[in-house]
Design a binder for this molecule. Sequence first.
Ligand code: SAM
Length: 392
Amino acid sequence: MAEPNLDQFITALEEGIAGGRFVKLTLAKPRGKDADLKNLYVRPVALKKGARLSFLYRHKTRDVVKNHTVEEGVRLIRELLGAEFLSGHLFMTVQDLRLEFKRRGESHLVKRAPTFTEPQPAEHDRRKRRSIQTAGNVYLQALGVTDERGEVRPAMGDKLRQINRFVETVGGLFAASPLAGREEISVVDMGSGKGYLTFAVYDYFNNALGVRATVEGVEARPELVELCNETARRAGFDRLSFQTGYIEDFGLSATDILIALHACDTATDDALFKGVSAGASIIITAPCCHKELRPQMRPPEPLRGVLRHGILLEREAESVTDSLRALLLEQAGYKVKVFEFVSTEHTRKNTLIAAVRLEGTSDREEALGEYRALKEFYGIREQRLEKLLCPF
Ligand SMILES: C[S@@+](CC[C@H](N)C(=O)[O-])C[C@H]1O[C@@H](n2cnc3c(N)ncnc32)[C@H](O)[C@@H]1O
């Protein structure tokens, strides 16, 4: 039977590969015999033997990779589309094509502006490119990290290291989360400030990982929002925008990733609550200025000798605050890690609370029990995130 849409799709693929315009192809909506198979991702790779198409078969619990010659690969794709998978999404630097089948023979082909206007780096380059590129980087220059020649300003080396470490951390969490393999995601950054990390996250997902990310920054100071929106426009980051507003008032119905770095005191709790309520798969916060618990702390007898020193009480209050937050996130169904994301010589505000939503069940009762015990031990009466989540 003639299948003009499929023919057109395959021709575009062949021409895209031959002309170096092919970025990647995703086959979705499986309907074949293998009930475990979810997607097939195809991308070009340069091997010693020559150009190949790498096929990544994503199953529920495992990935299988096979490399094919271009001819073999294209033949396979033609066989699979409409038979094993009902949807094909072809990304090229000139345009995107989406082919949807109702059943074999009945299809719908849509052409769209390209998601990626540059070829994605080959795998070995991609592994190397774990950092933000500085050459020709509009936002790093606008934010004063690099100079007019694209060179890192001497005083901004630490900032750049922090930015790179942060995006690597986000990338690692993404790969280990239920979002892994997703081609489109949404990210909200609360208390985005001058936007260093917001821009970097956008850049990293879209340009280093090849994931189409829409990113929104929320910031109380309108002058920073204006500056960031202008910079996003100049950088050509058309899915990055900033809004003036307060974290606690921001209406957020859904997001895949929520970030809040160095939002003051209980603004971190407000952001964590927004993330949990919006069903975020990943929540990353770097708390700062922990003021809420310190005046409430009643040092338990064995710790009196330690906590009578103001600085030690302050540090203890910080640890207890973040431990309570971590336990509340665990009871909300997240796996939580607390760690330093950049060495203390670069900044003291470097503790990350990273939470990844668990797909199965978790032991929420145990976390809640530990939470109660910790609060009681230190004589804490109230904690903002607890008040918002109402876990009891
Ligand atoms: C220390 S800066 C951090 C900026 C950025 N997240 C970073 O880590 O580079 C904190 C920012 O959060 C903003 N902020 C603090 N409380 C906020 C709130 N409740 N709602 C919105 N923005 C807030 C401040 O205006 C400031 O720009």
